[in-house]
Write a protein that binds this ligand. Sequence first.
Ligand SMILES: Nc1ncnc2c1ncn2[C@@H]1O[C@H](COP(=O)(O)OP(=O)(O)O)[C@@H](O)[C@H]1O
Ligand SMILES: [Mg+2]
Length: 228
Amino acid sequence: MISARDISKVFNAGRPSEFTALHGVSLDIRLHETTVLKGPSGSGKTTLLALLGCMSRPTTGRIFLNDREITSLPERFLTEIRRSTFGFVFQQFNLIKGISALENVMAPAYPTGEKFSLLRRRALAALEMFNLEKRADAKVEWLSGGEAQRVAIARALINNPTVIIADEPTAHLDTRLAHEFIGIMADLKAKGSTIILASHDPIVYDSELADRVVEMRDGQVVSQGISA
Ligand SMILES: Nc1ncnc2c1ncn2[C@@H]1O[C@H](COP(=O)(O)OP(=O)(O)O)[C@@H](O)[C@H]1O
Ligand SMILES: [Mg+2]
């Protein structure tokens, strides 16, 4: 379980451009469920995802991961928790151009210091899960949209994360690929993953995948979306 307790996030504190992106947000993310953060652009979804995924720290408030308070941990611990717990799928996938699909999938695991041959084998297995083994050596700019999406998901899974985080994953996808994305996430959830998505796409928040839709507005949670 990930719990956010009364967190705020202030950008550019003390400067004329100071902006409070989150105001006292409290939220419990339940394991093995899909939580969708829904809300208009600027409502604080990306900011909240970054905090839940240990990519940034709240200005005030606390975050707990399985009852451990992580907010005040030193950076190197936070980095380690981020790497071992979370897999990220970024908007437009953020694949690294000029290197192969396989190298992209391996990249998040380099800091673990794992033996290259083992890592390579694991990355190939991740590509195989998505029928991409034949594309392993293709540069990412040669991939189709659907292939790039699956490479990005394979990359998010390389460190065996328990939680998958995706920010507006369908924003640049056609309807078919958006449904494919939902299907892949549903399979991962069935295998036990916890999924946190930010999206204002009805294909995402109205899908069967969404166990819970948390509505955000102006940096606040306006509906916790707890179902029966
Ligand atoms: N690094 C930053 N510096 C200043 N303001 C930011 C920063 N990141 C986000 N914001 C502001 O915080 C608000 C919420 O942004 P964001 O979390 O990206 O919303 P959403 O993902 O829902 O569109 C926006 O008004 C945005 O401009
Ligand atoms: Mg956003």
